[in-house]
Structure formats: C-alpha cells, structure tokens
Ligand binder design. Structure first.
Ligand code: MG
Ligand code: ZN
Length: 225
C-alpha cells in the first residue's frame, strides 16, 4: 500500500506557540505552588484524565464508595459547561465542586487552586480531580497533583492508546475501563494493556468495569490508597 503524505508542523510553524509556552510556564509555577500547599496540608491529590464517556466520573464514584470511610474525600469536577458530574458525586455524600471552563478544553493550575482552597477549608485529606474530557492538552497542564490517571474504555476502539501515547507517558496509572463491553466490542482488553505499557513501560495498568465493580480494589492498590 502506498504510504500517505504526512506533513508535520515545526515548532515555529504553529501559531501562537510562544504565547502558549508562556502560558505553560506560568501554569507550571502555579502547579508547583499547589503541590506545596497540598503537601503542607497533608492532602493527596489525584488527577483523572480521559475522553468524554470513558468513565472518569463512574470510576471516581466507585473509588469514593470504596474509600469514604477511610479518607475525608473531596472532588473537583471539570467540564466545559454542565454540573452533571459534581451532582453525581455529591450524591455519595462527599463535598464536590464543579469547575466550568467555558471554551477551555482542560483544567489548569489556577482553577484547581481556587477550587481546592474551598475543599481544604472543609478538612479533606484526599482530592480526586476529574479533568475536562479530552485526551490531548490535559497532559500538558500540570495541576500539582501527586498522581495522574488516564482512563480509556474498550468502547473507544482499538487504536485509542496508540494514537494518544503522550497522555500515557504523562500518567502514573492507566485504567482500561468497561471490560464488560469487551466481548460485544470485539476488543481484547489485554491488547490495550500492552499498548499502554508500550507507550510508558513504567505505567501501572488496571482493567476495570464500573458496572460489575471488577478491578476497583486493584485500582485502589495501584493508587497507593
Ligand atoms: Mg465525567
Ligand atoms: Zn485544552
């Protein structure tokens, strides 16, 4: 088969790249400050990244149920417009804050600083952050979290991880979710596990189903909780 022509943008060819670098640097500084604040307060913070519909909220709900007796949990849910996720999590009896980013497709460190201040005042010692549903730029915007988790589901197709390797390299833990759908989708979750390990040999990979609860205990362990 003839190879298609591929055009790759050089750094200086992408519009506003310098502007973006300044933003990223400013964000990194604020992320470092966030981390200091979290460490001083003795709070562990975990950032969940993944596409819309991968199951980030469901995974967080399962973790809240598994851990709410042992930790004082708070949740920050990022979305462009709705408060659906914070409402879902609020039903589990833990404080949850929604951040609406408008046109921005990721959370950034200043937004997380604002929201986490409110949670710290409520005395939490574990914060789950649900990033905006997107597999590209959340990888670049550090928030000050101790761990980053990327959630991908078998319903997203077999090439998801191969195409989005950067976010797997930026994360400590990968969740392959919706295992219960692997037969109807005709996708072997172990193949996705292998793709994640190929992208980042150091990543811990857990296969889950929020429907059956499979893998949630393993995920708790992988997160050191
Ligand atoms: Mg969600
Ligand atoms: Zn973005």
């Amino acid at each position: 088969m003839p190879k298609p022509l591929v055009i790759t943008a050089d750094d200086d060819e992408v519009l506003d790249i310098e502007l973006e670098e300044d933003f990223l640097k400013a964000n990194e500084k604020m992320a470092a400050l966030n981390r200091k604040t979290f460490d001083r307060a003795g709070v562990k913070v975990i950032d969940f990244m993944g596409s819309i519909g991968s199951g980030k909220t469901s995974i967080i709900e399962k973790l809240v149920e598994a851990l709410k007796e042992r930790y004082r949990i708070g949740v920050i849910a990022g979305d462009t417009a709705t408060a659906i996720d914070a409402e879902r999590i609020g039903r589990h009896g833990v404080p949850s804050i929604q951040i609406n980013t408008g046109r921005e497709c990721h959370l950034d460190a200043p937004l997380v600083r604002k929201a986490s201040k409110k949670l710290l005042r409520e005395g939490v010692n574990l914060i789950f952050i649900e990033n905006v549903g997107n597999l590209i730029c959340p990888a670049e915007f550090l928030l000050g979290s101790h761990e980053r988790v990327v959630v991908v589901s078998v319903t997203e197709g077999e090439y998801m991880i191969k195409k989005k390797g950067d976010i797997f390299r930026a994360a400590e833990v990968a969740v392959i979710n919706k295992k219960d759908m692997s037969v109807p989708m005709g996708i072997d979750p172990e193949m996705l596990v292998k793709d994640a390990m190929d992208a980042n040999p150091k990543i811990k990979v857990v296969v889950t189903s929020t429907r059956t609860g499979e893998g949630i205990t393993d995920l708790v362990k992988a997160l050191g909780l």
